[in-house]
Design a protein around this ligand. Structure first.
Ligand code: SF4
Length: 318
């Protein structure tokens, strides 16, 4: 390394970005770009089928937050083939994350989970198995299965925490206590599985201080990745009805960028950032409509981080 290289400069750590991006992480780990293919394992969710609740989380779309996932009546191999074909029309790609996205992807008998997850990782182009689920749907048998699969290919588990604040948890009808999340993280980490946490920013009633408290809480958890997503109000959700009645606060782009700057600055530097904007389906999106221009949002964020000399972990003090 040259003597005049500034070791505190974020570019020394994460390429051209001022944060620990998923792209940087995957390139460092696999030597190339790895693309996500969203899959649908045909499961439902205990927060919808009456086991915990019937309405689901208030923001969840009819597709169980898997609006871009494959079609459940297709096999996993078919869904992977379709996902690859779609990506290959845009760029030369040959490494993938098999991402079980729609609904709760461990809410089924373990024998079924074993068959669909194995089908995914048997594809030689699949480098990682990623499973989105609820922390209260991780029985010992499921964790044992994920641990076994993790010996074959890396397994990530994505947990939808959204917030740590009990009043918001009740409002969004998440349906589990944050202590359940803590236990799930510990058990997954005990099995050697990487944990990614989904957080929603600007849930109704949450202040900037509250959002930062969620980030600070996660800094103390043994997690490896985070998805930060601005709340999307989607057609057909209970949140949409509340929005039409109450018109609760929805930030504009500059406000959101400033908040992201704060989150990034406070976030532990080793945590990989998997997402910084929402990826909601445009045909269902009621607000905030400016999030549809994802590239512009990210460009503005990068510019903002540079202008204000912000990098991931700048305000993180252990
Ligand atoms: S836990 Fe996930 S799938 Fe279930 S209702 Fe909530 S967001 Fe939707």
């Amino acid at each position: 390394m040259s003597d005049n290289l500034n070791l505190h400069s974020p570019s020394v750590r994460w390429g051209e970005k001022r944060y620990h991006s998923l792209d940087f992480h995957l390139r460092s780990r696999f030597g190339e770009k790895v693309y996500r293919i969203a899959l649908n394992g045909g499961m439902t969710c205990p927060n919808r089928d009456g086991h915990i609740g019937t309405g689901g989380c208030i923001f969840c779309s009819a597709d169980g937050s898997g609006d871009f996932a494959g079609r459940p009546f297709h096999t996993i191999s078919q869904q992977l083939a379709e996902g690859k074909m779609h990506l290959l029309t845009k760029r030369p790609v040959h490494s993938y994350i098999a991402y079980f996205q729609a609904f709760t992807n461990t809410y089924a008998p373990v024998s079924y989970l074993e068959s669909i997850f194995t089908e995914a990782i048997e594809d030689p182009d699949v480098k990682i198995l990623s499973v989105a689920t609820r922390p209260d749907c991780l029985g010992d048998d499921v964790i044992d299965l994920l641990k076994r699969l993790n010996q074959i290919k890396p397994v990530w588990v994505e947990l939808g925490l959204q917030t740590i604040h009990p009043e918001t948890v009740r409002f969004i009808r998440r349906g589990y206590e944050t202590a359940i999340f803590d236990q799930a993280v510990q058990r997954l980490r005990g099995a050697g599985i990487e944990v990614i946490v989904h957080v929603i920013l600007y849930l109704p009633g949450e202040t900037e201080e509250m959002m930062l408290k969620t980030i600070e809480y996660l800094n103390r958890c043994d997690i490896q990745g985070i998805k930060l997503q601005l709340l999307h109000i989607l057609e057909g959700t209970d949140l949409a009805d509340i929005y039409r009645e109450e018109h609760f606060y929805v930030p504009d782009m500059e406000t959101y960028i400033r908040m992201l700057g704060q989150c990034i600055s406070h976030l532990r530097p080793d945590i990989v950032i998997h997402r910084l904007t929402g990826d909601g389906p445009k045909n269902l999106l009621i607000a905030p409509l400016w999030t549809g221009a994802k590239r512009s949002v990210l460009n503005r964020l990068h510019q903002y981080l540079k202008e204000n000399d912000i990098w991931q972990g700048k305000e993180y003090h252990g």
